[in-house]
Ligand binder design. Structure first.
Ligand code: G3P
Length: 217
């Protein structure tokens, strides 16, 4: 499963990228707001760091304007993925931009039928939002499983990019059900390395080592 990092914070992206944990980046208007940066400038900086797909989201709601924004964003770098909302206009823009050879990430997906439409419109990635479904007492992971089954049934090559990931449990479940990619905030990716038994075991090793009176260096 590929790891995308869901942030526009350069420091976090660079740190995780140096560790080999970043196969791509996803941003959205809320993350750009949080960064306090200009969208074109920060997206260019991200593309200079990361060689994999970097999603940059349009903000227009009509297909023609989405296409124009998508083309402008795609000029930033070769690894830009144009992110479009899963609306009828977004699907129209997806069809046009994907036909031009641009990578497209269709976002704000909350149903298997929406994912089916995105695949038919040529999306490179479909972004089902797990956490936001869980927020309203639906099972986000059921949606990932349904999309996996449908895409496999018909041989769609659109990649399932599990988004709105809030916990390490979400990451594990995504890997088990076969999401192609997961995108998570930096803090969730860092938390994947932690386990209370690791901390406890290390604490014991350190105490015992101190008792030996030895040094390695
Ligand atoms: O990639 C989409 C993601 O940023 C949404 O996450 O936590 O705002 O639902 P969240």
């Amino acid at each position: 499963m590929k790891f995308f990092v869901d942030t526009a914070e350069i420091k976090d992206i660079a740190e995780l990228n140096d560790l080999g944990m970043v196969d791509g980046v996803t941003t959205n208007p809320s993350l750009i707001l949080k960064s306090g940066r200009d969208i074109l400038e920060v997206t260019k900086e991200i593309c200079d760091i990361v060689s994999g797909p970097v999603s940059a989201e349009v903000v227009a709601t009509q297909a023609d304007a989405m296409i124009a924004e998508g083309r402008k964003l795609a000029e930033i770098a070769e690894n830009i993925t144009v992110k479009l909302p899963l609306t009828w206009d977004g699907l129209k823009a997806c069809k046009v931009l994907s036909s031009e050879g641009k990578m497209v990430n269709v976002t704000l997906c909350f149903s298997a039928n929406q994912a089916l439409l995105a695949a038919k419109a040529g999306a490179t990635f479909i972004s089902p939002f797990i956490g936001r479904l869980d927020d309203i007492d639906l099972d986000g992971m059921d949606l990932i499983e349904d999309i996996r089954t449908i895409y496999d049934n018909y041989g769609f090559d659109t990649q399932i990019l599990a988004a709105s990931i809030r916990s390490v449990g979400h990451v594990r479940e995504c890997a088990l059900v076969g999401a192609d990619v997961m995108t998570a905030p930096p803090e969730v990716i860092r938390k994947l390395a932690t386990h209370p038994l690791t901390d406890k075991g290390l604490d014991q090793f350190m105490k015992d080592w101190a008792k030996t009176g030895q040094n390695i260096l």
